[in-house]
Design a protein around this ligand. Structure first.
Ligand code: ZN
Length: 300
C-alpha cells in the first residue's frame, strides 16, 4: 500500500473571483482517487507545522511577518494571494504534508502528497503562489536519517525551482535539478546543480529524452540516497501557463521513468504534484492523476 498524504484544507482557500490559482484541484484529485477504488486507509493527514519549526531553516522575521499578517503589501503581491488566517493554516499544513510524505517515503519506499512543490519560496520571501519551500524542508527532514547522506530534488515543474536552487546552494548534501521552460517565470533564474531550459513548443520525444538524460546524470553526480520529485503538470499542452506541447501520455511516461529509476536504485522517493493551471478542473485533475497511476496507487 503506497501512502498518500491529503488534508481537505489543501482546497480550502477563499480567493477573489477569476483568480487564476485552481484551488479546487486538490480535493478533485482526492475524489478521483477514491472513485478509482483507493482505500481511505491509504491516506495520512498532516497537522499544520508550528512556525517555530520553520524559523530553524527560514528567515525568522519573514516567517513571523508572514504568519501574523505583517508582510508589506508588495511582498504579498509577489506571493499572489491575499493574506488570510486560512492562507497561513493551509500553507503550514501543505508544507507539513510534504514533510510527512518524506517520512512515509523513507518508511515505505514511496509516498505521494496531493499538493506540494512550493519551489518559488526563498528563505526570506515568497513568490509565485509559494510561501514556504516544502521541497527544501522535506530534503532537510530526510537528511536527519543517518542512512541518508545525499538527497536529490528532481523538479519537473515547467517553472524553474529558483527558491529551492538558492536555498540548497549551500548544502552539499542536497542536489537540485530543474527542467523548465526557459522563457517562463521566473525570468531571473537561480543556479541549480543541473538546469535545463526548454524552448517554447517542446514536444514529447525531446522532453522525455531530456528527462531521461537528466535523471541519469543526476544519479551519477549526486549518488542520491533519496529523491524528492516535483511532478508539475504545467508542462501539459493545454496548460495556461506552460507553453510546452507535452501530452498526457508523456506526463505518465515521465512519472513512470522517475519511479522506475528510484526503484532500480532501491531508494525512497517522495513525490508532490506541483503546478498545473488549466481552468478546466476535471481536465487538470486527469493530468495530475497520471502521477498516481504511474506510482501504482490505482489502475485505470
Ligand atoms: Zn509551475
Amino acid at each position: 500500500m503506497i501512502p498518500l498524504v491529503f488534508h481537505p484544507i489543501y482546497s480550502q482557500l477563499d480567493l477573489p473571483h477569476r483568480h487564476r490559482f485552481p484551488i479546487e484541484k486538490y480535493q478533485g484529485i482526492y475524489d478521483a482517487l477514491i472513485k478509482l477504488g483507493v482505500d481511505c486507509a491509504n491516506f495520512h493527514t498532516p497537522q499544520a507545522l508550528d512556525p517555530s519549526y520553520l524559523t530553524q531553516i527560514y528567515d525568522h522575521d519573514y516567517i513571523h511577518q508572514l504568519c501574523s499578517g505583517q508582510l508589506d503589501p508588495k511582498a504579498m503581491r509577489r506571493i499572489g494571494f491575499p493574506w488570510s488566517e486560512q492562507l497561513i493554516q493551509r500553507t503550514l499544513t501543505a508544507a507539513a504534508g510534504t514533510v510527512l510524505t518524506a517520512e512515509l517515503a523513507m518508511e515505505h519506499g514511496k509516498a505521494l502528497n496531493l499538493t506540494g512543490g512550493y519551489h518559488h519560496a526563498f528563505a526570506d520571501f515568497g513568490s509565485g503562489f509559494c510561501m514556504v519551500n516544502d521541497l527544501y524542508l522535506a530534503a532537510k527532514t530526510m537528511l536527519i536519517n543517518p542512512d541518508i547522506d545525499s538527497v536529490l530534488i528532481f523538479d519537473c515543474d515547467v517553472h524553474q525551482g529558483d527558491g529551492t536552487a538558492l536555498l540548497a546552494s549551500k548544502d552539499n548534501d542536497i542536489f537540485t535539478v530543474s527542467i523548465h521552460g526557459e522563457k517562463n517565470f521566473p525570468h531571473r533564474k537561480q543556479v541549480s546543480n543541473i538546469d535545463i531550459g526548454l524552448a517554447k513548443g517542446t514536444g514529447d520525444d525531446e522532453y522525455l529524452e531530456t528527462v531521461d538524460s537528466a535523471l541519469h546524470l543526476a544519479f551519477v553526480q549526486a549518488q542520491p540516497d533519496a529523491v524528492i520529485y516535483d511532478a508539475g503538470v504545467d508542462i501539459h499542452i493545454n496548460d495556461d501557463l506552460g507553453h510546452l506541447d507535452i501530452t498526457t501520455k508523456a506526463v505518465r511516461a515521465r512519472d513512470e521513468m522517475v519511479f522506475a529509476k528510484c526503484d532500480d536504485a532501491g531508494i525512497p522517493v517522495a513525490a508532490v504534484i506541483g503546478g498545473g493551471y488549466q481552468r478546466d478542473i476535471d481536465a487538470l485533475v486527469d493530468v495530475h492523476l497520471q502521477l498516481f497511476l504511474a506510482a501504482g496507487v490505482a489502475c485505470r
